[in-house]
Design a protein around this ligand. Structure first.
Ligand SMILES: N[C@@H](CCC(=O)N[C@@H](CS)C(=O)NCC(=O)O)C(=O)O
Length: 207
């Protein structure tokens, strides 16, 4: 088995979280390298595309969250083998990536600008993305986004819904997903109750 080192910020969410979860679910040993915010500027200059997550595999460092998700998803048995199901899985992961980028663009804004930008997101793109993701979920059978089983697409949407509902994003209604896409909230609860995910967050809470 290759030696794996996943590098990402030190919090339980964001673009690195689905890969962490997939590796834990698959029981795959890896170094969970968590970078403190204060250490990022120095590391950033040494990071190929100036961003995390990155995954080092036997000394070779590769980037891009969804590429990493697909790779670890295959290792963990959480990525569809069927081409069509893989396509559905990828579409969902890339849609989450799109909307996360839009949310990310509001991060450094001054409070007034952020308030306006997030209100526009909540009424516009974010609402639409949540509704469409809920529609994709329904079309796939209502429980999982692809393959009628847990895949990395579920882990990616789970991280997004959990983030939106956490209250960490000021000026975005905490209950936006509950209001516009309750199916995603049920999905989030379903994924959270997966025995390995529930046990993982219990351990994180205790640490
Ligand atoms: N397309 C990249 C985007 C990566 C990205 O923007 N990562 C953020 C954290 S979620 C980052 O490293 N931000 C710090 C910076 O840009 O300095 C991916 O999907 O991995």
């Amino acid at each position: 088995m290759a030696k794996l080192k996943l590098t990402y910020f030190d919090f339980d969410g964001g673009r690195g979280e689905p890969a962490r979860l997939a590796l834990h679910i698959g029981g795959i040993a890896f170094e969970d390298h968590r970078v403190a915010g204060k250490d990022w500027p120095a590391l950033r200059e040494k990071t190929a595309f100036l961003a995390m997550p990155t995954l080092e595999v036997d000394g070779r460092v590769v980037s891009q969250s969804n590429s990493i998700n697909r790779y670890v998803g295959k290792l963990a048995g959480l990525y569809p083998k069927d081409d069509w199901q893989a396509f559905l899985c990828d579409e969902v992961m890339d849609a989450v990536e799109d909307i996360s980028t839009r949310i990310g663009q509001t991060m450094g804004m001054a409070d007034d600008d952020k308030k306006k930008a997030r209100a526009a997101l909540a009424a516009g793109h974010l609402k639409r993305y949540l509704e469409e993701l809920a529609a994709r979920l329904e079309a796939a059978g209502g429980e999982y986004f692809a393959d009628r089983r847990l895949t990395v697409a579920d882990l990616k949407v789970f991280s997004l819904t959990r983030w939106l509902r956490s209250g960490a994003l000021d000026h975005l209604p905490k209950d936006l997903a509950d209001t516009v896409a309750p199916q995603l909230v049920k999905h989030c609860e379903r994924v959270a109750s997966h025995p390995k995910i529930a046990a993982y967050y219990q351990r994180r809470k205790a640490s």
